[in-house]
Write a protein that binds this ligand. Sequence first.
Ligand code: UDX
Length: 458
Amino acid sequence: MTSTPPLTPPNRFCNVAVVGAGYVGLPTAVTLASFGHTVTVAENDPTRLARLRAGQPAIQEPDLEPLLRRGIASSTLHFTPSARTAASDADVIFLCVPTPQDLDGSADLRFVQAVIADIAPVLRPGAIVVNKSTVPVGTAHRVADLINRRDVVVVSNPEFLREGSAISDSLHPERIVVGCDYAAPAYVVAGLFAATNAPVLITDTATSELIKYAANAFLATKLSYVNAIAGLCEATGADVGDLVTGLGLDSRIGAKFLNPGPGWGGSCLPKDTSALSVTARASGFEFPLLDAVIATNDAQFDRTASKVLSLLDPATPSRVAVWGLTFKAGTDDRRDSPALEIISRLQASHVTVTSYDPTVDASLAASDLAGITLFNDPYEAAEDADVVVVLTEWSEFARPDWDRLANVMRQKSFVDARNVTDPAQAAAAGFTYLSVGRREVLNPDFLTTTTRSKEEQA
Ligand code: UDX
């Protein structure tokens, strides 16, 4: 079933509960509150809850804090430790709890199940429970079975926001997808987002659930493809920068999401591709393309670590300074960060690793950073290092002070695994320099590659 919901939703403003104030829940809550809905957020971490009540976001996202404070000030946004309290008064309950990766790669639904067990008895007749977290195909039906009430409906409404632009993506989504086996609740959920004016797709729950996985797996495919092409550029002497420009000008391919790097990571792409692969296997469907996408990413981590190791003398103790620890720029999130994958490969080769990341305080004792000597300054991290490697594309890494770096390092070697620095500047400062699939030695006679728009050419 695909249809367009009415422009005016049946209830203009609703009482909404959002369970879980993480990267999906909090942006969803502040956005819905900014549209005029009354939103109660349930967060069971006491520290996080206290901060939120004081108007301090528990996660680092641009534009989040002002919306949070505005919601609190206008009494459209409330916080409670109890999912049961939040859900008991709500017309619509968004489940935004984590769905981590289980040992076999599938999605672990233990948090979803615990919330359902807690709230099912107190839901109002006619309440709509919405799966916003990324959940495997069939979860809406499983949740409906767990709730086991004929007067409550379960809807799938996947979230497509990106970390680092979560608020902008929530206020201006490219689409709203709603999956439901009944039309009326689907219209209510779609109507909550009427202020966004985004295109709405209403479909069945299985299709809606699968759209989210298909989107993330497609993005991962694009990245594994471009990383493999970058490797081919290195093998053939071609330049991946010009190559992706040439690719991206084809509107069927599109210019976005084509930057090669150290491999893709984060809280979504790795776990969602693995979960989709498990779903395919469990459904008896062969999906070798997806398995190759995941394997290509592991190979990219290996290739990046090997590039760094190729610049070290295996006979002497080595030190590598890693610039950037988060899985991408613009977030403080290090979950499934490519940087940590590559660091563990370097450490396995007995390399001493120092690091600087603008979101990491050097006094931080985080378990994922064990064995890494942290600094609050990139040049301090680079002191006595044999190689500096850029693993996150923070803009402050784009123009290093090459002379200063040369002065503090033991050996002048630099690996840019995000292609943010200028190879010519590195060469001018006497650095041995490697990046990803780029022509690193530039022929001065070579014309600078340019692309001109049709307007410019006219
Ligand atoms: C992703 C999806 O984009 C989003 O729609 C979904 O809701 C959640 O998962 P996010 O995890 O925030 O969002 O990160 P994204 O911007 O997609 O980046 C994922 C990884 O790909 C990062 O490691 C990033 O560095 C890498 N990447 C992205 C590249 O290597 N090159 C690119 O061109 C783009």
